[in-house]
Every structure is written in C-alpha cells, then in structure tokens.
Design a protein around this ligand. Sequence first.
Ligand SMILES: [Zn+2]
Length: 247
Amino acid sequence: MSGQAGQAAEEATPRCWSCGTMRAVHFCSACGKVQPPVPVDYFTFFGFPRKLNLDTAALEKEFYALSRRLHPDVFGQADTQERAWSLEQSSMLNDAYRTLKDPIKRTEYLLRLEGIELEEQSKQATEKARATGELKKQVVPPDLLEEVFELNMHLEELRVQKELGEDDPALLEEIGKAKLSLEEKHDALLNELKTEWNNWDRLVDEQSEDSGAGADRRKLLDQMVDVLNRRNYIRNLLRDVNEAMES
Ligand SMILES: [Zn+2]
C-alpha cells in the first residue's frame, strides 16, 4: 500500500462507535458491530493496496463473507442507525466488487483515482479532430489505418450489395477475416494492458522508498489510457461490423 493511501485509511477509520477500542472499516474486530461507512477508495475498502494485479479469488472470498455479514436479515433486530449503516456498507461493497473484479473497470477506476478522466480524454480527442478539420470521428490508431480503411470500403460495398439484393460470399469472407483479425488485436490489447499493470505495481512498490518517480508514474498512466483508447476503438469497430453483417 502506498504511504498516502495507508494514511488516508487510518484517518478515515476512527474507533468503534460501540466499544471504542478498535479501528475497523466494516465491522469492529472486537465487538463485531457494523461501523458507519467511511469515504475510502474501493481498494482500501477491501484492504488491498492500490495495485492492478489483484488476487480475484481473495476478492471474491472477501465479497461473499462481507455480503453474508451485511445481509439485511442479519440486521432485522438491529436499531435503525445500524440498519442504515449496513445498507450503505452493502451498497459500497457491491460497487467496489463490481469495479475491482473486472480488469478494464479496475484499470479505469485506478486512472480516475489518479486524476485521469477517460471521458475527458476522448472529449479532448474529439475537439482536436474538429479543430484540425477532420470529421467528428474517433481518431484511428496509426497501426490500424490501413486495415480500417480497407474494412470501411468492404462495409460500404456490403451496404450497396444489400440494397441491390445481391449476395457476394467472397466479400463476406473478406469481412469475416478482418473481423477475426480485429478480435485478435482486441484480446492482445488486454495482454498489453497487463504488462502496464506489472510496471505500475512495481512502481507502487518502489515508491514507498523513493518519492521522485512522478514522471514515470504519469508516463505509465498515459500508456494505460492509450491502450484503453485503442481497445475501445476496436470494440466500437467490431460493433459496426456486426451491425453491418446482421442488418
Ligand atoms: Zn466495537
């Protein structure tokens, strides 16, 4: 855990409201009473460091354990305040679990924690495209330019053929091949992202000793944004191809 996150968690988790002896995020470890929710990030909520390689089996185990303990049936006899806290904790638990178990959502969440809004990024790209007079379209990743150009021509051909009620198996085969290649690239980008995860996690470990790694940190975050953007681009393209083939 980075020093900052550890400190925040300490400040955010006061003594147990009931027995006054223990610090706890969800339940007091001494008397077992549910605790009022504290504003912590999802990693801290589960007691994980802010790293991207995450033990998903441990995450799932902790999720089910907490779900059982926070279940409304358990609080049937509890006072109103405790019941309200258990509901709030439960809702945060579900949000945190959904976000962290998904590799893409987890990465996007970490980027947000680090101050990077992906929507903001794509908005900037759109505005840049407008300013330079290009059509309002997602910027094509350079390594895909040729493939996308050819695919768009084929899709246009397909549209015309469908209008004319014609059928061209060779064209469909071409589009099918392009689709397969894009699907492979889509998968490969997840592996590329995982390489960035390793670099990030190493940086988090090193940073507990060395605080002068701000530039490396920023560069890594930018690289993750780049991978996610390329992956989104391919995902949208695949959606277009599927629509064109089904219509
Ligand atoms: Zn207690």
